[in-house]
Structures are given as structure tokens and as C-alpha cells.
Design a protein around this ligand. Structure first.
Ligand SMILES: NC(=O)c1ccc[n+]([C@@H]2O[C@H](COP(=O)([O-])OP(=O)(O)OC[C@H]3O[C@@H](n4cnc5c(N)ncnc54)[C@H](O)[C@@H]3O)[C@@H](O)[C@H]2O)c1
Length: 334
């Protein structure tokens, strides 16, 4: 344990550990012991995106209050991106902000969600509508947690790592199940470098949303069906749409799109996808709530070349519809 971490924990008036029901049996006692926090108050919530909401945050706030947490309390978020988003939000709003530490246990959270200070919850049926910018005091990355992570979740994280590749470094596009661990540190560094230049997403940071405009809309829509997609799976579909739009609108080389299409079956190998063209209008409905849009226009991050993204690209709604039809045609198994 680093001295900084030791100090944060010993200086806290009370320590709380937030985790979910899947992570707790594997890792909660171990982590509490490792951090010398055996007397911490555990908050174990149900797992899954559908619990990243205000009700869960209220439960966290209530537990903090019931245990007289003051401004010097510490919340340790042990879990995937749902836990780090939720816990970061609950901590940054409780008594106008208490300290929190992120210990990501999914690949996706290690390379993306736990880093960079965006916290939030889903609201009104749309993703991440309510949130704050608040930095964790520490983010502790330990690959040991991946030993218990289901393979489908690994693919979901690999999709976000490929996003890093598209916007900065073509090498990351060679990722697969055998080599992904060697790229984890690089992806985290890329995110930190981008966030350091634009912490509150006024410009450059928007490139981290590559694939997320359509991805979030598809994810929100699928959450209302019997076939929810994991975040990274939805982002993979969103990247397919963004690459197709990049070819149409910015002249991206078509081979980049084709290469990604060859990798999609791997990223989606465990996803159950039940999208059809009748879903297009429903998915478009979610774009209106997308924070990346200005007014009625859809704004995208698109690529001129790999490593050369452009943000705030306005795309006509007809072309967006065509992109969704393209995605659905590629992945429908019927
Ligand atoms: N704040 C950001 O910058 C940012 C960036 C990207 C994604 N996100 C958010 O992150 C969320 C997705 O994160 P996620 O993919 O980590 O999902 P998640 O937190 O739902 O975790 C995925 C699943 O794996 C389980 N799990 C976690 N760690 C495990 C382990 N070590 N062993 C066994 N099971 C484990 C969880 O219980 C859950 O069922 C989304 O809500 C997304 O919006 C936020």
C-alpha cells in the first residue's frame, strides 16, 4: 500500500466500501483486509446498469447518514464502472463532497470509467443524465480482479480499448484475448493525458466519446428490452456507425471500417442482439437526450484517419438513420 493511500485511509473519520453483489463474495473481505479497513461499513448493492439510478444513490446517502458520516468520511468504490460512476456521484454530492477512492474490478473500469473524474447516474430512461465532475483521490489498478471477470465483460472492456486506438494509436486496434493485458496501462495513460488537457469536456475530451453517441442510444434502448447490451458492446456498435459515417462524411479509408467489421464478431461473441429496423426510430428518440447534441442536431466524433478524430461534427438526421440501418444489417442474425 502506498503512503498516500495509507494516509487517506487513516485520516478518514469513517470508511465505507461500496460494491455490488457479484464482486462482494470474491473480493470484499480481501480488499477490506488489504486496506486494513476490516471495520469499514460495507454497502453492497444489486449489480447492473439498471441500478445506476437515484434510488441506489439515496440508499448510499442514507447509509452514510445512518452511520453519522461527516465531511471527513471516505467512500471506497470497489467494482466496475457502475460502482465507480454511482459511488463517485454519491460521494461528490454527500455533504457537498467527501473523498472517494476507485478500485476498478472490470477491464472497462480499469481503462476508462474509474479514471478522469466523470461521475453519474442514469435518469429518465437515458444514460448518465445526472452527474458531476469529481476526481477520485486514488485509482488503484490491480489485474488480479480480472481473474474472476466473465469473458463477456472482458470483451466489453476491449471495445473501449479499441476506442482509444481509433482516436489515438492504431497499435491498440490489434487487441485480442491473448494480448489485451499489455495495453491496459497505455489506455489508462491515454485517458489521463486527454482529461488533463480538458477536464470538463469543453473540447478535446469529447474525442473520448467516439462511438458513444449512437452507442449510448442503442444501450438505453436495449435496456428497455429483454436483450440488454453491455456498455462496451453498445459502444462497439456505436463505433461501427461512427466509422461508417466517417467514411461518408470525412473520407475515412473504407478498409478501416472493414477491418473493424472483421473484429466485431469477437467483441460481440457473447452478446445477444435482437435489433431490427423497427427499432431505429426508438433508438433515434434517445439521441435527443444525448449530452453531445446541441439542440436538435446530432453531433458526432468522427475520424479523418485513425488517430485523427474530429469532434462536434454535425450529421443530418437522414444519414444518422442510414448509419443505424447499416449497424442493424451487419449484426442482425436473422
Ligand atoms: N465515468 C466514465 O468516464 C465512464 C467511462 C466509461 C463507462 N462508464 C460507465 O461504466 C459502466 C459500465 O462499466 P462496467 O462495464 O465495468 O459494468 P459493471 O460495473 O456493471 O460491471 C460489469 C459486471 O461485472 C461484474 N463484476 C465486476 N467486477 C467483477 C469481477 N472482478 N469479477 C466478477 N464479476 C465482476 C459486475 O457485478 C457486473 O455484473 C456504464 O454505466 C458506463 O456508462 C463511465
Amino acid at each position: 500500500m502506498s503512503d498516500k493511500l495509507k494516509n487517506i485511509i487513516t485520516e478518514a473519520s469513517k470508511v465505507f466500501i461500496l460494491t455490488d453483489e457479484n464482486v462482494a463474495p470474491f473480493w470484499l473481505p480481501e480488499v477490506a483486509h488489504w486496506l486494513h479497513c476490516d471495520s469499514a461499513v460495507d454497502i453492497v448493492i444489486k449489480a447492473g446498469e439498471q441500478h445506476k439510478n437515484l434510488q441506489t444513490v439515496q440508499r448510499i446517502w442514507k447509509t452514510l447518514m445512518n452511520h453519522q458520516a461527516d465531511r471527513n468520511a471516505l467512500l471506497i468504490n470497489l467494482g466496475g464502472g457502475v460502482i465507480t460512476d454511482l459511488g463517485g456521484f454519491a460521494a461528490s454530492t454527500y455533504k457537498r463532497g467527501i473523498k472517494f477512492i476507485n478500485i476498478p474490478t472490470t477491464l472497462l473500469a480499469m481503462v476508462d470509467a474509474a479514471i478522469g473524474g466523470k461521475t453519474g447516474i442514469d435518469f429518465g430512461g437515458s444514460k448518465n443524465q445526472i452527474g458531476t465532475f469529481a476526481e477520485a483521490e486514488e485509482v488503484i489498478i490491480d489485474l488480479v480482479f480480472l481473474e474472476t471477470l466473465p469473458e463477456r465483460e472482458l470483451f466489453s472492456g476491449m471495445a473501449e480499448m479499441m476506442k482509444c486506438g481509433f482516436i489515438t494509436d492504431a497499435k491498440l486496434l490489434e487487441i485480442n484475448l491473448e494480448n489485451y493485458q499489455q495495453f491496459i496501462v497505455r489506455c489508462g495513460e491515454i485517458k489521463r493525458e486527454i482529461v488533463a488537457q480538458d477536464p470538463t469536456e469543453k473540447g478535446l475530451r469529447k474525442i473520448l466519446n467516439f462511438g458513444h453517441t449512437l452507442g449510448h442510444a442503442i444501450e438505453s434502448h436495449c435496456l428497455t428490452t429483454d436483450y440488454p447490451l453491455l456498455h462496451g458492446e453498445a459502444v462497439a456498435l456505436g463505433m461501427l456507425g461512427a466509422l461508417w459515417l466517417s467514411v461518408k462524411q470525412l473520407g475515412l479509408e473504407e478498409s478501416i471500417l472493414q477491418n473493424f467489421e472483421n473484429q466485431l464478431p469477437m467483441l460481440l461473441s457473447e452478446a445477444e442482439i435482437a435489433l431490427s429496423e423497427t427499432d431505429i426510430d426508438l433508438i433515434l428518440g434517445y439521441l435527443v437526450h444525448d449530452k453531445k447534441n446541441k439542440g436538435e442536431k446530432s453531433q458526432f466524433v468522427l475520424l479523418k484517419t485513425v488517430g485523427n478524430p474530429v469532434w462536434n461534427v454535425e450529421v443530418e438526421s437522414d444519414l444518422v438513420k442510414q448509419a443505424l440501418a447499416y449497424i442493424i444489417n451487419k449484426v442482425s442474425r436473422g
